[in-house]
Ligand binder design. Sequence first.
Ligand SMILES: NC(=O)c1ccc[n+]([C@@H]2O[C@H](COP(=O)([O-])OP(=O)(O)OC[C@H]3O[C@@H](n4cnc5c(N)ncnc54)[C@H](O)[C@@H]3O)[C@@H](O)[C@H]2O)c1
Length: 277
Amino acid sequence: MEWNKKVAVITGAGGVLLSAYAKELASKGVKVAVLSRELKHAQHTADEIIAAGNTARAYGCDVLDKGNLIKTEEQIYKDFGQYHILINGAGGNMQNASTTNETFATNDLDDPKVRSFFSLDSNEIGRVFSVNFLGTLIVTQLFAKRMLGVKGAVIINFSSMAAQCPMTKVLGYSAAKAAIDNFTKWLAVYFAQQGVRVNAVAPGFFLTNQNKTLLTNPDGSLTERSHKIIGHTPMRRFGQVDDLFGTLSWLCDEDASGFVTGSVIAVDGGFQAYSGV
Ligand SMILES: NC(=O)c1ccc[n+]([C@@H]2O[C@H](COP(=O)([O-])OP(=O)(O)OC[C@H]3O[C@@H](n4cnc5c(N)ncnc54)[C@H](O)[C@@H]3O)[C@@H](O)[C@H]2O)c1
């Protein structure tokens, strides 16, 4: 594929995984529209790309703010012309959409320190669901229109290990990522006659901002949950950001994955394949 003829739009590109991949794509010659909720984070990624001699521009944009997204889409089209790659990376977990304990004990009901299934605030579930699922759906509605019929058009969503088998405690995030898997398949079928491929990656566990407090203690040591995760990962480590690059680039590249659509690709060190015994 002629990478230097492509333009990519990436949400969540102020965060750890997508900023790294934005830089990787730019280093191949792709022009990158770097979107992040806060402009300064997008700017930081874009500045690094530009400093490396490549092409990028930063846009501050909440993935749930339709009005701003419409303006941003128009601006990106003005700045770069036709875009071919859309990566829906914005997302993350929220503590208030999770229970305190892995399983329910009856005295949880009387303990004010415990957030049980019964005391979960449905608005908090709604918030995490919105950012992950609606943030993917709305951005796709507003950007995919210009991708219809465009050669090599591809959409990549961000799923998780929590989608196929929900993670303990994190009810809201697991449900939202399951919805992303379902949506990825639905949209792949819907756009199949338009030449737009739609796939998702499901990363295993990567130490980033969204899970920092879950995986590390304030002194930087690993939490009990981290040890549990590594024990369940046959490759016995967390992912490194560049572990994702090959899979993402393969999905972007119509010459390599032109017949791949509706797939969710796990990049997880074997986590999903391991039953635990
Ligand atoms: N880190 C992991 O282990 C892991 C595992 C599976 C899936 N993921 C997914 O990968 C993607 C990237 O996460 P990351 O690990 O780089 O985390 P991160 O927290 O570093 O980055 C997530 C980015 O999403 C942005 N974001 C959140 N809400 C937004 C909103 N409403 N509008 C615009 N931007 C918003 C954040 O500002 C942040 O820049 C996420 O979708 C995440 O759920 C991560």
